[in-house]
Design a protein. Structure first.
Length: 159
């Protein structure tokens, strides 16, 4: 009987601990959702049709850049499986908050929007378009540091 009693006590302890920890986690999640969250600038994911409506109609103007936006943009051509893309994602989210209302931030998944990637000859990811309100976009290939992003975005605002 004693050999059976000790494993049962251990099993009961593990079960109670699991239930207690699980309950606390759920409660803290509920508390967190009830707290007012700070305004979060979202980086919109664009489809081909949204891109044509908001950025540039590459179908109607295949040889000429015609910008449709009213403020500068940063467009990130990325893939979900790409390590450098994952590396810069939190930086871009942070910068979208900092530059909210001044610069629009967009993401385009090259695997989902192959026609867009092909239209702009995207061969390397991440590929970043820094789009001024006037003139052609500047293309940057590869990941950048936050400092490099800030430098480019500040220059974009001055154009």
């Amino acid at each position: 009987m004693r050999k059976l009693f000790l494993p049962l006590i251990a099993l009961a302890f593990i079960a109670l601990t699991s239930i207690a920890c699980g309950g606390k986690k759920a409660a803290s999640t509920e508390e967190a959702s009830n707290e007012p969250s700070e305004a979060k600038a979202e980086i919109a994911h664009l489809t081909k049709d949204e891109y044509i409506a908001k950025v540039s109609d590459f179908v109607a103007n295949p040889d000429k850049w015609v910008f449709k936006g009213d403020k500068p943009m940063l467009i990130d051509f990325y893939a979900t499986w790409c390590p450098p893309c994952k590396q810069i994602a939190p930086i871009l989210e942070e910068l979208a908050k900092e530059y909210e209302g001044k610069i629009d931030f967009y993401k385009i998944d090259v695997d989902q929007e192959g026609e867009l990637a092909q239209a702009y000859n995207i061969r390397s990811i991440p590929t970043l378009f820094f789009v001024p309100t006037e003139g052609d976009p500047e293309t940057v290939l590869g990941a950048l540091s936050k400092e490099a992003f800030v430098e480019k975005l500040d220059a974009l605002l001055k154009k």
